[in-house]
Every structure is written in C-alpha cells, then in structure tokens.
Design a protein around this ligand. Structure first.
Ligand code: SF4
Length: 90
C-alpha cells in the first residue's frame, strides 16, 4: 500500500489536499491531507467516494457518439481522433 499526496481535481477554489491510498495499482481510499495549509484534512463526501467512481464498471472510458435522437440513449464508440476532429469542427 502506497500513499500519494494530491489535490482534488474539480476546479474548486479551495482545491482540497488529498492523501490517496493505492493498493495493487488501484485507488482504495481518499482522505484529506492534514498538512494542506488551507483545507487541513477536510474533504467532502463526494471525494470520499471517489474510488468507487473511478473504478466503476459503468465508467465511460472511450468517446461515444450519439446515434439517433437526443435522449434515445444509443451511442457508438468512436476513436479519440474522430471525437477531437468532430468537436474541433463545431
Ligand atoms: S474535496 Fe470536495 S469540497 Fe474539496 S475541492 Fe474536492 S469536491 Fe471540492
């Protein structure tokens, strides 16, 4: 088990300091960093459950392009190159 010092990824002004526990290449726990000069060990409930989010089997790991009407929920995987080209063209 290894601990890494990090900061919370959302763009919040306080950028809470994190101590991230990693075991067998997986994030197993996220705690606040008590040595952070401003947040002093605080993190919110959302970040405490971050390991569940990043290792969720439902996590989207590739670009998806919608097929059909908005809200139909039908998507097709596309390459990162196609996704970036599509976004850049719009
Ligand atoms: S731990 Fe929570 S409150 Fe702190 S920066 Fe991250 S999302 Fe915001």
């Amino acid at each position: 088990m290894t601990f890494y010092r990090s900061v919370c990824p959302p763009d919040y002004p306080d950028a809470c300091g994190l101590l991230v526990e990693v075991k067998n290449s997986k994030v197993t726990k996220v705690n606040g960093d008590p040595q952070h000069p401003y947040t002093k060990g605080f993190i919110c409930a959302k970040m405490r459950s971050y390991p569940d989010l990043i290792h969720s089997p439902k996590r989207i790991l590739e670009p998806l392009k919608r097929n059909g009407l908005k809200g139909s929920g039908i998507f097709t995987p596309i390459s990162w190159e196609e996704a970036l080209a599509t976004i850049a063209s719009k």
